[in-house]
Design a protein around this ligand. Structure first.
Ligand SMILES: Cc1cc2nc3c(=O)[nH]c(=O)nc-3n(C[C@H](O)[C@H](O)[C@H](O)COP(=O)(O)O)c2cc1C
Length: 203
């Protein structure tokens, strides 16, 4: 299927709708480049970025969701300062979006339980570790118990990972949109107050 970013140049809000539509498509499509984003946090007034998988979105609630190990640095960073920004680019549509907002971390609650229930055994294996992520080790070694080196956990074993599982929910307040074009790029931005306000801008 060809991906296209469709909008009406006279109506900037069509960009907003298309952005959420493409984000939704990305969640459902393994190979969609927007399924991977760069998530930025702040630590000690300095930026930290990393790649994450977009796991869910809710356009009505302006939510973007990713998962993480609760012991990873980003969890502490978000708990200290909830402001985050996602950036992602699709080389087919040549559209970059940057989405800024405040994030909330869910651990061992109703939200995390719902996402955990829906996750695969392969995904859950990533949360069954030998040591905390980031712990120094003498040689290049996967952070997995021996018995999971070459197989997936069964459902019961997979539950060991739940205590380490965190869901990060970002509520978007600002969207910056850029489409690269050979004959001049196009750009727009949107700010949420109690509704979305948007305008075109020069790139
Ligand atoms: C393609 C790709 C996808 C990734 N997806 C995730 C993810 O969804 N969640 C996550 O916590 N880390 C993910 N990572 C690892 C992070 O980029 C990062 O290395 C790790 O989470 C530690 O980050 P932190 O120390 O800033 O918390 C991914 C890495 C790559 C290369």
């Amino acid at each position: 299927m060809t991906r296209q970013f469709e909008f009406n140049p006279a109506k900037v809000h069509t960009i907003l709708n298309e952005t959420w539509r493409h984000l939704n498509h990305a969640v459902e499509t393994e190979m969609h480049p927007w399924r991977l984003g760069t998530l930025a946090t702040l630590f000690d007034n300095r930026p930290r970025v990393r790649t994450v998988v977009l796991r869910a979105i809710d356009a009505e609630q302006r939510e973007m969701v990713c998962y993480a190990d609760r012991r990873s640095d980003k969890i502490q960073e978000i708990q200290n300062c909830p402001w985050v920004e996602w950036a992602t680019y699709d080389p087919v549509t040549r559209v970059q979006v940057r989405l800024r907002g405040q994030a909330e971390v869910h651990i061992n609650d109703e939200v995390s339980a719902r996402h955990w229930e829906a996750s695969s055994l392969e995904h859950r294996r990533g949360y069954i570790t030998v040591s905390e992520p980031g712990t120094k080790v003498e040689s290049a070694t996967p952070n997995l118990p021996d018995y999971l080196f070459d197989r997936l956990p069964n459902d019961e074993e997979s539950q060991l990972g739940y205590k380490n599982f965190a869901v990060i929910v970002c509520r978007v307040e600002y969207i910056d949109w850029l489409e690269l074009r050979r004959n001049g790029h196009l750009a727009a931005q949107f700010l949420w107050t109690d509704k979305w306000e948007g305008h075109w801008k020069y790139a």
